[in-house]
Write a protein of this length. Sequence first.
Length: 370
Amino acid sequence: MNLSLFLLILMGHCSSFTCHLYKYHFIKDGKTWDEAQKSCKEKYIDLATVFTMTDMERLLKSTQSQESAWIGLYSPPGNENRKWHWSQPQVEFNENQTRWESGEPNDYKRNPENCALMTNNKWKDFPCTSSHNFMCYSESKHSNTKFNKINVKMTWPQAQSYCRVNHTDLISGLKQLDDVKSQLNVGNQLWIGLFRDTWRWSDGSSSSFRYWDNVSPNDLVKKQSDKKCATTVLNKAGKWSFDDCNNKKPFICYSGKVILIKQDKTWNEALNYCRKKYHDLVSITSPNIQAEVQEEAKKAKTTHVWIGLRYTCTLDLWFWVSDEPVCYDNWDLPKKTNECGHAAAMEPNGQNKWFKMDSTNKFNFICSTR
């Protein structure tokens, strides 16, 4: 079969390709959180990091128990460690792009206020355990309505859970808030998908994904005087809780299938290096894989990192070196002219967009492993 026919067949079968670049491993031996972290780093990569609901579903399938198990989330004590996040994991919070009311956020009367209410397009911090109406966002292609105002008062964690079950998530990011502005009445008070907490991932990932049970640990920060560690409660659909890190529990590790190489090479040199030392230059065929790869890319020392996507003049199309179809893309300028000798490079920060670059440039690069 010639190459052009093979690629056309692949392009017609986008939906049949699914893969993930990391795997979860359930370890039934009881260990403290620190012991579990050490064990995961020795035998795998680290304690489990979770980016999306799809990850949670995969994590639950890896388990063999109805107990609670440690994951890679921990909380150092103290309000000074709090950071703001958007509920939608792919939307990053930018401290320079906010719409706080004057004097906000303020932890009114020194009580922890770790979730955001929006009124007249302005934000204020509020206790997450308070009940308010809220706005959900839906990215489904089968829905005519992207934004859904829910006129039922819920706590912030309950609102988040409702949106994730019935839509996609709480509304997140300035673009979505701008898009929904015309639908809101003056004076409406609504939860939006903005929250802050002290929780960090063991592997240093920036994932803002949280899956707490209805009790919100965000509002317990003031009472927390020591380190806390997160568990997934397997007999509660995997919902998260937290416990004393010194208690002994089963735990969940993850192993990865991508690695950043901090060497400056041309695209061809990078391809040859990956194929000799690992498996291949990485192929990014879905938003989930994009999220996984961009976490690795954040550690890069160059302005861009090579990925395994290249343009062929002969067929006038872009192709993955793994022969997988180009069903998903994240181009910065998709209409930029394609040129012979161009390959795709991802920016390691910002929106992690892909750029059409001369393949003789030298960048760090990301390999996939077997």
